[in-house]
Design a protein around this ligand. Structure first.
Ligand SMILES: Nc1ncnc2c1ncn2[C@@H]1O[C@H](COP(=O)(O)OP(=O)(O)O)[C@@H](O)[C@H]1O
Ligand SMILES: [Mg+2]
Length: 265
């Protein structure tokens, strides 16, 4: 835990906006810069990181010294998820009914080793888990994912404002499912209108890190039965994440100049 340079949370106002998709794409794109990355699936109620990364279902992390979990490595990324721990018989390290204590345990008791970035895929909304995380670890920043339809909604504003209250800087916004690229002719349609992400970003003085197209399932990489669990990572999305990673690295480097030590209370 002490060897993690930067912890970035990925959050959204509500579910289904592509938060996990964004968190995993971010992790993969950071990894492609030859940096060491881990991803913590903190979406206790709907963990999807392992499926999206194609981890064999039913796999359990090794337990060391009856207390620590070895992360499961998928596509070069160290992962830890509630989905590895909840089913079947799990060791006694896993106790406590509260979701926030579960998150804390996964964070603290995972043998992350040396990491440049730990990406935390948060549950949607602004609940206990978010507060616990913000209080227990020093987040270098939060990335907010939203879709164009949600931009006008209170949820996303609430998410932005919550991080402000707990002094977590916001790296910026990712607007997902913003445009549709026709796979017949390649033309791009802004199905929900345009400019929403920019407007929200400028309202809060935040960078718009990237705008992701709505892809058809044919562009998914992981071919599993449940299409809900496929990772969407098309060429267009990879290109956009290249830009997003620039924004994230920039933010991390700037905060590093001030202070970024990971501290526990
Ligand atoms: N840009 C996109 N184009 C097409 N489908 C997407 C896109 N982003 C996410 N999805 C799909 O939408 C669903 C919800 O995405 P997910 O990342 O699980 O959202 P969340 O974590 O916010 O609940 C998933 O089935 C995912 O594959
Ligand atoms: Mg999710």
């Amino acid at each position: 835990m002490q060897n993690i340079k930067h912890i970035i949370a990925v959050a959204s106002g509500k579910g289904g906006v592509g938060k996990s998709t964004a968190a995993i794409n971010l992790a993969l794109s950071i990894k492609e810069r030859e940096l060491k990355v881990g991803i913590l699936d903190a979406d206790i109620y709907g963990p999807s990181v392992s499926l999206m990364l194609g981890v064999t279902q039913g796999i359990k992390p090794n337990v060391k010294e009856a207390k620590f979990f070895e992360p499961i490595i998928a596509r070069g990324i160290k992962t830890m998820s509630m989905s590895y721990l909840i089913s079947g018989s799990t060791p006694a390290v896993w106790r406590g009914p509260m979701a926030s204590s579960a998150l804390h345990q996964m964070m603290q008791q995972t043998l992350w080793g040396e990491l440049d970035f730990l990406i935390v895929d948060l549950p949607p909304g602004t609940g206990d888990i978010h507060l616990t995380l913000s209080q227990k670890v020093k987040l270098v920043g939060a990335v907010i994912v939203t879709t164009p339809q949600d931009i006008a909604l209170a949820d996303v504003r609430k998410a932005i404002e919550m991080f402000g209250k707990v002094d977590v800087p916001i790296v910026g916004l990712i607007e997902n499912m913003a445009t549709f690229i026709c796979n017949q002719c390649g033309c791009e349609t802004k199905i929900f209108g345009s400019g929403g992400g920019e407007k929200l970003a400028s309202e809060y003085g935040l960078p718009l890190l990237g705008t992701l197209p709505l892809e058809s399932p044919s562009s998914t990489e992981v071919n599993i039965e449940d299409p809900q669990q496929m990772l969407i990572r098309s060429d267009a999305i990879v290109r956009e994440f290249d830009k997003i990673v620039d924004g994230v690295l920039d933010h991390a480097n700037r905060s590093r100049a001030s202070d970024t030590e990971v501290v526990f209370e």
